[in-house]
Ligand binder design. Structure first.
Ligand code: Q9C
Ligand code: ZN
Length: 687
């Protein structure tokens, strides 16, 4: 007795909150659903079987007060969630749910939603007061997708946001800075929005993004979403490019992004949006965190905020993985050091890329991120295996999510049907020797007349660039756009050279084509109020003579005929590269979803990496069938150079003219003579 250890003040207990009433939120007819009552039951059973509750303080659920919910939700939303379980709603409940994104409702939903939110508040309060050292609220429905006035993604109230605001609104608790760590595999869109302009809450989310195609889809989860106004720098997104991320990937995100920031921020308490759908074997997440991995991530966070940690359950849909992961976390909170495991493999190459992107974006707010990461570390990486790529190409690991990027944001659609998605990858799995064969026969099936074809490039050489395909290609191969063309690409056989490779009459060089050789899904003609002109005197593709451009700014007195091809965003990227020859192929898309978002708001964007090409300026011409219509032209500087005489304005060469006329005539826009007149007129006018 009397040892140092005994004189040390006893560490307050760990809290566990569980309440069977939260199981009453379920699908009305017992239909199977991943977000099911057994999720929290199996967690509780597991903890009991390991004798964990006896070592903790066990709390019952508590319903939230409207006043607290109102700090993040609108009155309309609160009213709806409160009323949804009443008898008057019996007949309307299903209809209301069906109008929401990924939501079901039943008689037990209101109570469960109030309990989930109130229980998180309860644990937050007790940890902040010091009655508990830390706590885990085993709640459902989850919360992080819920927005101020909308339930979505299995979430009714945003439990963690309500808890955070409760703490901030009670000055006597002394909580001025809160860190929210959202490690659910999905982006915490709701939580992000609630604190976007608020520096008192640092929101950190690591999630599958897949270039904007993973639920909840769109660009809210992109790394460039860093917060606004006083909240700038206090919103941090780490967007995975693909699935299969595991302990090693999460661990380096902690070491090179999260922990350096937490050291600087020095939060008073840490709330964890603890989804376990990034756990190994989760049916929706497609990632691979082990229980050991979760304990490691948690241990690293316990070094801050005097260990004040509140964990609130979000997703997690494999009952076994879920229970084992939560068990590992609770043991970690109890400071039990018996969770075995090791970081066996290396992070993905893409993980280092994401780290660099996030650090670059945030280094002005968090100076420690400005330091270079040692080359030796970056070199420790691995790539997706061929099998993983094929699997990823052929299926959505979030089985329910077939929508891809949400159409509200930029109106790109996703191609459905597994066959369409696997098809372009067949060549990856076939015998290398057969590659050439497959390609030649393929080329015959495209509607190029063999007499018009000069040479077919050696498949094995020119298509080497697509040997190691990156995951952005898989994501973008599922997103459609309209590519609007006003020059030689109006003639379909010429356009197809960009897709399938090859050369048609008049071209002095063959194209290598896109990785995805599938034909456009639709072709249509449209006119746009724009000015067409001809400039420059020689092109690599056509030899001597001017080529077509659009004046970047629209012009209501003019009318340009354009041929639109419905192709994928991946194919559009490959066309941009081929149109702007001499630009290196790269492992990131030139024209990504943020660019798409940008052009749809600002009408045009000059792509920095294509500046040395002639068509680096992507124009947005509106939508058709809810898909964006894109074209490419020169930057304004070229127009100025033409005006000043620095660049020649010369009509189309004979060969080029022939192709333009063919396009317009075969596209039924003009007779031969009218087509020639249309082109000559455009070429004759000065700028
Ligand atoms: N279009 C949580 O993990 N996916 N929510 C269905 C249907 C919804 C996940 C997409 C996934 C929601 C808390
Ligand atoms: Zn989730």
């Amino acid at each position: 007795m009397g040892s140092n250890e005994d004189r040390r003040p006893r560490r307050p207990p760990v809290g566990l909150l569980y309440d069977e009433r939260m199981c009453r939120h379920s699908t009305a007819d017992g239909e199977p659903h991943p977000e099911c009552p057994d999720r929290i039951r199996s967690i509780w059973e597991k903890l009991k079987s390991e004798g964990i509750p006896q070592r903790c303080v066990v709390l019952n659920g508590k319903e939230a007060e409207d006043e607290h919910i109102a700090s993040v939700h609108t009155n309309g939303h609160i009213k709806l969630i409160k009323a949804i379980s009443s008898e008057q709603f019996d007949s309307r409940r299903d209809k209301i749910a069906s109008k929401l994104d990924s939501i079901y409702l039943n008689k037990g939903s209101s109570e469960a939603a109030y309990l989930a939110a109130g229980s998180v508040v309860e644990v937050c309060k007790r940890v902040a007061e010091g009655e508990l050292s830390s706590g885990f609220a085993i709640v459902r429905p989850p919360g992080h997708h819920a927005e101020a006035d909308e339930a979505m993604g299995f979430c009714l109230f945003n439990n963690i946001a309500i808890g955070a605001n409760f703490l901030l609104d009670k000055p006597e608790l002394g909580i001025k800075k809160i860190l929210i760590v959202d490690w659910d595999v999905h982006h915490g869109n709701g939580t992000q929005k609630m604190f976007y302009k608020d520096p008192r809450v640092l929101f950190f989310s690591v999630h599958r993004f897949d270039f904007g195609s993973f639920y909840p889809a769109g660009l809210d989860g992109a790394y460039c979403m860093i917060g606004e106004g006083p909240g700038a720098g206090y919103n941090i997104n780490v967007p995975w490019e693909h699935g299969y991320c595991g302990d090693a990937d999460y661990n380096v995100i902690w070491d090179h992004v999260l922990i350096p920031i937490v050291k600087d921020y020095n939060p008073d308490i840490i709330l964890i949006s603890a989804g376990f759908d990034a756990a190994i074997n989760d049916p929706l997440g497609g990632c691979r965190i082990t229980p050991y991995g979760y304990s490691l991530l948690l241990t690293k966070l316990m070094q801050f905020a005097q260990g004040k940690i509140v964990m609130a359950l979000e997703g997690g849909y494999n009952l076994t993985s879920l229970a084992n992961s939560v068990l590992a976390c609770v043991k970690t909170l109890l400071e039990e050091k018996t969770i075995n495991g090791s970081l066996r493999d290396h992070p993905f190459e893409s993980t280092w890329r994401v780290i660099q992107q996030v650090r670059h974006e945030l280094k002005s707010f968090w100076p420690s991120l400005a330091l270079e990461i040692p080359q030796e570390l970056l070199a420790c990486s691995r790539t997706l295996t061929q099998a993983q790529l094929n699997y990823y190409a052929g299926s959505d690991s979030d089985v329910e999510n077939e929508e891809g990027p949400s159409s509200e944001v930029f109106s790109a659609n996703v191609v459905e049907g597994v066959e369409d998605m696997i098809q372009p990858f067949l060549f990856l799995s076939v015998d290398e020797d057969k590659l050439g064969e497959t390609k030649t026969s393929d080329h015959k099936s495209n509607n190029l007349d063999s007499s018009e074809r000069h040479t077919v490039p050696e498949a094995s050489d020119s298509r080497d660039i697509y040997k190691n395909i990156s995951s952005w290609r898989i994501a973008y191969s599922k997103i459609d756009i309209w590519y609007a063309t006003f020059g030689s690409n109006m003639w379909e056989p010429r356009f197809l050279c960009y897709i399938r490779g090859g050369q048609v009459e008049g071209m002095s060089q063959p194209c290598h084509g896109s990785r995805d050789e599938s034909l456009p899904k639709a072709v249509m003609w449209k006119t746009f109020p724009h000015r067409l002109f001809f400039a420059r005197s020689h092109s690599v593709t056509w030899g001597t003579g001017g080529v077509a451009f659009l004046l970047p700014e629209g012009n209501n007195n003019e009318k340009v005929h354009m041929c639109l091809y419905r192709i994928t965003l991946e194919q559009f990227n490959d066309i941009l590269l081929q149109e702007n020859v001499a630009v290196q192929h790269r492992d990131t898309p030139l024209f990504d979803l943020s660019s798409l978002q940008f052009v749809s708001e600002n009408k045009s964007k000059v792509l920095e990496e294509l500046k040395c090409g002639w068509y680096p300026n992507v124009l947005y011409l509106g939508k058709d069938d809810n898909l964006p219509i894109l074209t490419m032209t020169c930057p304004l500087s070229t127009v100025e150079e033409c005006k000043s005489g620095k660049l020649p304005m010369i009509g189309a060469s004979k060969e080029y003219m022939k192709v333009l006329v063919k396009g317009l005539v075969e596209g039924k826009q003009f007779t031969q003579d009218d087509a020639i007149a249309y082109i000559n007129q455009a070429a004759a006018k000065s700028l």
